[in-house]
Design a binder for this molecule. Structure first.
Ligand code: FAD
Length: 547
């Protein structure tokens, strides 16, 4: 079978959700995925999360151009290349984003994507196992969402320190109130990673209507009327779609595929000798990400995960997980978090914290000597924008990626604020028994200049690229897809992944990417869920007070 009603390109967060809903509605679907199996402990064991993002077997291995505002640093831009896509290599943190994010999307032309419109999709996808928080959550969807065991005292210390510093404590940041300190949620179920593949693709395959084909799509094929009829595979071969082709190859490869298929900036495609099908200058533009710093502290007590950072320790953690799906390996170890506002006059949080009970780089490449812990902190709504462009007309070549990180002057002020607010939080009594001294930035790094030097050298991607095929109204020249995910200027072609976000959301992007897949599937099927009628909590004194 090389023909189906729908061809979905990419078995990642958005793609798996689309495939599942189309199959559930009775359609045949071929999902084409460049990567291979997601079996094995590196992916399935939550505690091993820093491994797959460094393994070429599971990751596309992209990196940025020398970033002009970071002294020419080249940053890794990991993207899953495996069944489950980035949801198989990510940190499993579960954040819907703030209600206001989606209202802003709609204000930018994504009609029908207000919070009231998207909340029913978040509810439909969730299987929430936390405390009952009323009508805000979903409890019978395919995506299991849980809280960790909270058995490290440092998680409680972090939330208590936030309260002592005068911030609210939120019962459920995915419920009515995002703002505050609280317990973090994860797509982990029974000690295992609950990726989009586990949640959606396997059940979709079980219907008998979804077939997964391993292959890398080179470009989309069209008929004379500009209607997408299928895809061409790298190395030969093709797959045909009776109804539509749906791109879910993520924010780096979706714009690349559009451009290789003749949809993009006419001038840029001409540089590479690609025949123009639709002149859409927005393709590959509007690239956004979250940056973060790891602020590290030496611990006074041996309560951190450093005790396992040796061969016998790792073997013990691995064995506990292998035989019982328990122990530190069964958690992503991001079990406490916060969303706060950087200053008075901001109506909803613009800073996110992840707390980790070990001092280590996210990618596991360097650990601080001895017991330590860290906060990951970063601003959520940078005004910097970057791009994805073709390197050549060869599908085999990785695209060129430049985020223009820290290109907006506000970025610097926001990061300095992040460091200063964090120091105040970590200086609270709750950390007195645990915190010995700051490892980095370190004592003496106080002035704006010193902080800027630290930021330039140490800021890291939180791995949330998005926005490169953004939604907007059909008359918006920089929009790439309309609010139903249809590529403007072509027929029978949609996008259903994190590329369509007009603006990055407040938090990690797996949940919004899955939501996008869920909602685009409904647009394909010509149906929609009734809008919700719930109002998020906004701090009443936001105009005058930072907390
Ligand atoms: C290391 C890391 C940590 C992260 N941590 C978190 C976290 O803790 N929580 C969170 O919410 N988010 C996190 N994210 C972000 C989140 O996982 C992604 O934003 C989200 O999964 C993106 O979904 P997507 O559908 O856009 O793309 P993806 O899930 O990346 O799916 C795209 C799929 O398309 C396939 N593909 C691409 N090109 C082709 C082609 N030409 N032919 C065939 N197949 C192709 C890819 O192989 C991939 O499987 C993290 C991401 C990374 C990389």
């Amino acid at each position: 079978m090389s023909v189906a009603d729908y061809i979905v390109v990419g078995a990642g967060s958005g793609g798996c959700a689309v495939a599942y809903r189309l199959a559930e509605a009775g359609h045949s679907v071929i999902v084409v995925e460049a990567g291979g199996t997601d079996a094995g402990p590196f992916i399935q064991m939550p505690g091993a999360l820093s491994y797959p993002m460094n393994m070429r077997r599971y990751d596309w291995g992209f990196s940025t151009e020398p970033e002009p505002h970071l002294g020419g640093r080249v940053l890794a831009c990991p993207r899953g290349r495996v069944i489950g896509g980035s949801s198989s290599i990510n940190g499993m943190v579960y954040v819907r984003g703030h209600a206001r994010d989606y209202d802003h999307w709609a204000d930018q032309g994504a009609d029908g994507w207000r919070f009231a419109d998207v909340l029913p999709y978040f509810q439909r996808m969730e299987n929430w196992h936390g405390p009952a928080t009323s009508e805000w959550r979903g409890t019978d969807g395919p995506l299991h969402v849980t809280r960790g065991a909270q058995d490290n005292p440092l998680f409680r210390a972090f939330v208590a320190a936030g309260a002592q510093a005068g911030y609210p404590v939120t019962e459920d940041y995915n419920g009515a109130a995002q703002e505050g300190f609280g317990v973090m949620e994860a797509t982990i179920w029974r000690g295992q990673r609950w990726s989009a593949a586990r949640a959606y693709l396997r059940p979709a395959q079980a219907t008998g209507r979804v077939r997964v084909v391993r292959g890398e799509v080179a470009r989309v094929r069209f008929d004379a009327e500009n209607r997408a009829t299928g895809v061409e595979l790298l190395g030969g071969g093709a797959l045909d779609a009776r109804a539509e082709v749906i791109l879910a190859a993520s924010s780096i490869n979706t714009p690349k595929l559009l451009m290789l298929s003749g949809i993009g900036s006419g001038a840029h495609l001409a540089e590479h000798g690609i025949a123009l099908r639709a002149d859409r200058p927005g393709v590959g533009q509007n690239l956004q990400d979250h940056l973060e710093l790891y602020l590290q502290y030496a611990a006074r007590q041996p309560v951190t995960l450093y005790k396992y950072w040796n061969l016998p320790g790792k073997a013990w953690v691995g064995a506990q997980w292998l035989f019982a799906r328990r122990g530190p390996g069964a958690s992503n170890q991001f079990e406490a978090c916060a969303f706060i506002r950087s200053r008075a006059g901001i109506d909803y949080p613009d800073i996110q914290y992840h707390f980790l009970p070990i001092a280590v780089r996210y990618d596991g490449q360097a650990v601080a000597e001895g017991h330590g812990f860290q906060t990951h902190v970063g601003p959520m709504r940078s005004k910097s924008r970057g791009w994805v462009r073709l390197r050549s007309d060869r599908p085999e070549d990785a695209p060129r990626i430049c985020f223009n990180y820290m290109s907006h002057p506000d970025d610097w002020a926001e990061f300095r604020t992040c460091i200063r607010l964090t120091r105040e939080i970590m200086g609270q009594a709750a950390f007195e028994p645990y915190l010995d001294h700051e490892i980095q930035p370190g004592a003496g790094c106080e002035s704006d200049d010193a902080l800027d030097g630290f930021i330039r050298a140490h800021v890291e991607s939180a791995y949330h690229p998005c926005g490169t095929a953004r939604m907007g109204r059909a008359d918006d020249p920089m929009a790439v897809v309309d609010p139903q995910g249809r590529v403007i200027g072509a027929q029978g072609l949609r996008v259903a992944d994190s590329s369509i976000f007009p603006r990055i959301t407040n938090g990690n992007l797996n949940a919004p990417s899955i939501m996008a897949g869920e909602k685009i599937a409904d647009h394909v099927l010509g149906r929609s869920l009734p809008a919700a009628n719930l109002e998020p909590v906004i701090a009443p004194d936001w105009a005058e007070a930072q907390r």
